[in-house]
Design a protein around this ligand. Structure first.
Ligand code: PMP
Length: 448
């Protein structure tokens, strides 16, 4: 029998060095927003598995549905036939699709696989090869999805060549466009449109482009909501040139941003050609999916898609139970209340005389929100800084350390000096108050 410390040593000795970790906690149990460690600590989890356990760890309805399925049918390879939970999950998802044209599904295991499936579908449907993504994007770390990730080179450093034919344009965001954080949304959209026009004039002919992929709130790139006007522009460009518009809702889906999908914030209803989802769909069971309109999906050859575990029965059953909880309306209401509480704290820090000099930006949508600190290595974030004020480096890391020392798990993002907040959507008022207390204390401590 190993002690908690011995298990942590064992992990350090034998778990691949290629994985990073916040801390070497050995987690033995999860319940709502609480994670229990092998040495008896209780951590408040504001990471939710990076936006996966939206209903909290081990949500009873999801766990019970999965347990029942374990004793009924665990696996049926998807080319053998349909299984009941697969069809039930589609039945639950159909009515909540952001656009009624999205009615052809298949499931995969991870977000990256769904992204790559979308590349295949878009290429097959258009007979073209090139893909356009946005700077700061995260679509995965495999050879195809990794080529489409533009948030941090470490994900693919030294491991190329990756999938060719991927071009990146600027996301409508001040960092990517090299303008000040106070630039108006209208101006950001104008600049980003111009950049995309240049990509299509100077780098790839639109007639070679199969798809444009975009995250409606850029995730690993810094929790940056995309202005709806830019999404409308992408729709226009895609329609004009016969390009497929792929919305990556892997991190933003399932009420993370306050609505079922992030593009549900756009009215009237927004029409992607293809959408990919994962993470929150089954609250922790490994399943992802791709949905497209019939015209697009029907171009696939029979048997060209599939995989051994894709659309696993236990994961589908968990997904069905999760959709029933999402459909109740309670989650949507709670995200609205908790995000208001979260923003009140972040905005207070951004205006308080004690801490405002540290903060460059507060942004996000729903419970996918972030605070960015000024960084002496990044001149854009120095705007408005009173003369003679000195800003320490890596404030985010130091704030995060303080939170971790006080048993609050929070993440930074891949880009910039940012702390992001993605608690389970069942977060209580008390848990949010507690987390914001620890976080405020951390920022004030760094400000001293
Ligand atoms: N797309 C987005 C927007 C993501 O946030 C992620 C994961 N962080 C992925 C794709 C890849 O998903 P997975 O890690 O399940 O492969």
């Amino acid at each position: 029998v190993r002690s908690a410390a011995q298990w942590a040593d064992f992990g350090r000795d034998h778990v691949s060095h290629g994985l990073g970790r916040l801390r070497d906690h050995v987690i033995v149990k999860g319940e709502g927003l609480d994670l229990h460690t092998a040495d008896g600590k209780k951590l408040l989890d504001f990471t939710a598995g990076i936006g996966v356990t939206n209903l909290g760890h081990c949500h009873p309805a999801v766990s019970q549905a999965a347990a029942a399925q374990v004793n009924t049918l665990v696996h049926l390879q998807c080319s053998i036939g349909f299984h009941a939970p697969y069809l039930q999950l589609i039945d639950r998802l159909l009515p909540v699709m952001p656009h009624q044209s999205l009615d052809q599904f298949f499931f995969w295991n991870s977000g990256s696989e769904a992204v790559e499936a979308a590349v295949k579908v878009a290429r097959k449907a258009t007979g073209r090869q090139n893909i356009i993504v946005f700077q700061g994007a995260y679509h995965g770390r495999t050879m195809g999805s990794g080529a489409m990730t533009r948030s941090k080179p470490i994900y693919t450093q030294g491991t190329g060549p990756l999938m060719p034919g991927v071009f990146a344009s600027a996301y409508p965001y001040w960092h990517g466009l090299g303008v000040s954080p106070s630039t108006s949304e209208e101006e950001l959209v104008r600049l980003a449109k111009h950049q995309l026009d240049l990509v299509l004039r100077q780098q790839t002919s639109p007639t070679d482009v199969a798809a444009i992929f975009i995250e409606p709130v850029q995730g690993e790139g810094g929790y940056v909501p995309c202005p709806p006007a830019f999404l409308h522009y992408l729709r226009e460009v895609c329609d004009k040139h016969g390009i497929k518009l792929v919305i990556d809702e892997v991190q933003t889906g399932f009420f993370r941003t306050g609505k079922y999908f992030a593009i549900d914030h756009i009215t009237p209803s927004f029409r992607p050609d293809i959408m990919v989802f994962a993470k929150g769909v089954a609250n922790g069971f490994p399943i992802s999916g791709i949905v497209a309109n019939k015209e697009t999906m029907d171009t696939l050859d029979v048997g060209s898609m599939g995989g051994t575990y894709a659309g696993n029965a236990v994961a589908c059953a968990a997904g069905v139970a999760a959709q029933d909880v999402y459909a109740s309306g309670e989650i949507e209401a709670n995200v609205a209340a908790r995000s208001e509480q979260l923003y009140a704290t972040l905005n207070k820090l951004a205006t308080s005389s004690k801490t405002k000099h540290l903060i460059a930006d507060v942004r996000g949508l729903g419970l996918m929100s972030a605070i960015e600190f000024r960084n002496p290595a990044d001149s854009l974030t120095q705007e408005g800084l009173p003369e003679g004020t000195s800003i320490p480096k890596s404030i985010g890391k130091r704030v995060q350390e303080h939170c971790l020392d006080n048993d609050l798990l929070v993440l930074t993002t891949s880009c910039f000096d940012t702390i992001r907040f993605i608690p389970a959507l069942v977060c209580t008022e008390e848990q949010m108050t507690r987390a914001m207390g620890i976080f405020t204390e951390a920022v004030e401590k760094v400000a001293l």
